[in-house]
Design a protein. Structure first.
Length: 202
């Protein structure tokens, strides 16, 4: 008898949750033990269930600041986007694989088993996009450069919003997109990246 793989799904969509549940309903070696819809729930469910694998929507990756309590759990990303868009999100995450939601169920099954064992599994489109982006230059907008410069000088999000005459949420949105672009998941890491690149995009 195969050893059971405990999986937590992290996805804000209840529809995706139902689909994943159905996908593993007749899979004897995979147990979907929880469905988290936000970062706090991921932390709670990981502490509770100690899963073998976290199946996480790529849209949540950039908001997982220092990482949930599943930091030692193998992570497999799910994406409804194309390979190129998905690859942008994956720059900011420490994961072992990614599957697109429009792929056959057996691909998801193989990916879960592979990543749960500690190996890697990427959909072909995602893998090609990741390889293409590996050495591609990162181009920052003027707004992104301004925000990083002010963060490096010690300004807060509130300070930056006042100086740029925009809402604080706008600055947070800018940062979210920036994290994805440069492959980090926190303000400190974004500033460090900026310093390491001399205040210029590479």
């Amino acid at each position: 008898m195969k050893e059971m793989i405990k999986v937590i799904l992290a996805d804000p969509s209840p529809v995706v949750g139902l689909g994943v549940q159905a996908a593993f309903k007749r899979t004897p070696d995979v147990d979907l033990v929880g469905h988290a819809t936000d970062i706090d729930q991921i932390d709670h469910q990981c502490r509770t269930h100690q899963p073998d694998l976290l199946l996480v929507n790529v849209s949540l990756l950039a908001t997982m600041q220092a990482g949930p309590n599943c930091s030692t759990t193998n992570m497999l990303a799910l994406s409804a986007a194309d390979g190129e868009t998905t690859a942008r999100y994956l720059r900011s995450a420490n994961i072992r694989g990614c599957v697109l939601l429009d792929e056959p169920i057996d691909v998801l099954h193989r990916a879960v088993r592979t990543v749960a064992r500690g190996s890697c599994f990427f959909s072909q489109d995602v893998w090609h996009a990741l390889q293409a982006r590996r050495d591609a230059p990162i181009e920052l907008t003027q707004r992104e450069r301004d925000i990083l410069t002010m963060l490096d000088q010690g300004a807060s999000i509130k300070d930056i919003a006042l100086l740029l005459h925009v809402a604080e949420q706008t600055i947070r949105n800018n940062l979210h997109n920036l994290y994805i672009k440069v492959g980090v998941n926190s303000q400190g890491k974004a500033v460090a990246w900026f310093r390491n690149h001399g205040g210029r995009e590479r």
